[in-house]
Write a protein that binds this ligand. Structure first.
Ligand SMILES: Cc1ncc(COP(=O)(O)O)c(C=O)c1O
Length: 413
């Protein structure tokens, strides 16, 4: 039976995530993988969650085992607003919805804003999961390079000015201009960079000037190991233009599949309609667990513990790179001050795609950087994750990778 011909246009646009496919290779025995992006299992507060589960089932089974409103449990929504406030963002008039983690938020945003052929601005490189969520709805990407201060707002301005000249006016304008700017301002995935305060201001000014929406995705914001905190775009937003995406995945557990989103009420109304069609509501059980965890004031301690675990692992990775990587001025290391990833630019003449096969032969894996460039590029880059492997594995894995890099550079010179 012919099946493929019956798939919808959007289904035909879908493909398996390259990262997930690469991760299959990394199940090879003895291989050390820097390819994933998983939190370290020791950061999961299993015992606490066990007792909270039992508590929740004893005290509020009629809530936890029931459907919840599509927007989320009122109690958790209040808790989350308080949490954001304590961290510098007063959601004020913006509305807050609980989602089945940020990947769902990205999908809902795609569903609500993108028609086939629409343009979305993304950082270059950017998070693969967002790119595939938007691609499913037929998005084209206007990519703007990232340097050590995050998205290059000067370049963005140029591109927007070019687009504006032919954009027309009224509804036509909104159809022809990008539907939104998608950004990961804090410890970006994959580069680990943070957008400077100056550029954040510029980004908001551009949004105002060109009448654009910004989607701010901050899964790593609270995993800071150094440097000074810079305000969220969401909290700097005076024009109600920023949609904020938040998640429990990296601060508590990705297995809960729990996140939340803040947005202007007109946007939120559509998001709620889209979510109703997608899953009616996020699990009331996991919402109740997260609410109780936060109400018992365990969250700040959890975040602090995660920070000390990940800071230590990052230091081991940086020290190991110092010890084992070749000394070469053309190797650019993006040392992150938070998050889960370290980004490396190899010299232009190195193809990290080619290098990957040899890395697997030497029992070490990373993510090929080109996977994060929606319109091509980044052939000499790689992303290394330091949250999941143990310190011993990080040391040994970087030794293998560093030796491989030395051999390749020697061969090429
Ligand atoms: C930038 C970014 N956004 C969103 C997600 C999705 O996270 P989740 O669906 O677990 O909340 C990830 C996961 O790695 C991410 O890196």
């Amino acid at each position: 039976m012919e099946i493929a011909g019956r798939f919808s246009i959007s289904a035909r646009r879908m493909s398996r995530s390259i990262i997930r496919e690469l991760l299959k290779l990394t199940s090879k025995p003895g291989l050390i993988s820097f390819a994933g992006g998983l939190p370290f299992p020791d950061t999961f507060p299993g015992e606490r969650l066990k007792s909270i589960c039992s508590d929740v089932l004893t005290t509020i089974p009629e809530v936890a085992l029931q459907y919840s409103p599509t927007e989320g449990l009122p109690s958790l929504r209040e808790t989350l607003k308080d949490f954001l406030k304590s961290r510098g963002f007063d959601a004020g008039k913006k509305q807050l919805i609980v989602t089945t983690a940020s990947q769902q938020s990205l999908d809902l945003i795609g569903k609500v804003f993108i028609d086939r052929g629409d343009t979305v601005v993304t950082e270059n490189p950017s998070y693969l999961g967002a790119l595939s969520a938007f691609k499913t709805y037929g998005a084209r990407f206007l990519t703007v390079d990232v340097d050590r201060d995050g998205i290059c707002t000067g370049l963005l301005r140029k591109r927007l000015e070019e687009l504006k000249t032919n954009a027309g006016s009224g509804n036509e304008y909104y159809q022809n201009m990008p539907k939104f700017i998608y950004t990961i301002p804090d410890f970006q995935n994959p580069t680990g960079t943070v957008i400077s305060l100056e550029r954040r201001k510029e980004l908001l000014e551009l949004a105002e000037e060109f009448d654009l929406i910004i989607v701010e995705d901050v899964p790593y914001r609270w995993l800071r190991y150094g440097g000074k905190e810079i305000p969220m775009l969401s909290s700097m937003d005076t024009g109600n233009r920023v949609i904020g995406l938040f998640t429990f995945s990296k601060i508590l557990s990705p297995g809960l599949r729990l996140g939340w989103m803040t947005a202007h009420e007109t946007i939120m109304d559509k998001i709620v309609q889209a979510k109703q069609a997608a899953d009616l509501c996020t699990s009331a059980f996991t919402q109740s667990i997260a609410d109780s965890f936060m109400k018992k004031e365990f969250m700040e301690g959890r975040i602090a513990d995660n920070i000390s675990i990940y800071r230590e692992k990052l230091l081991v990775m940086l020290d190991s790179i110092d010890e084992f990587f070749p000394e070469n001025e053309s190797i650019e290391l993006y040392k992150p001050a938070g998050g889960l990833f370290l980004w490396i630019k190899m010299p232009e003449y190195i193809d990290t795609d080619e290098m990957f096969k040899e890395a697997i032969d030497r029992n070490v894996a990373y993510v090929i950087g080109s996977a994060f460039y929606p319109n091509g590029g980044g052939h000499n880059t790689m992303r290394l994750n330091f949250s999941y492997p143990s310190s011993e594995q990080i040391h040994e894995g970087i030794k293998r990778l560093g030796n491989l890099a030395k051999d390749i550079l020697k061969e090429r010179s």
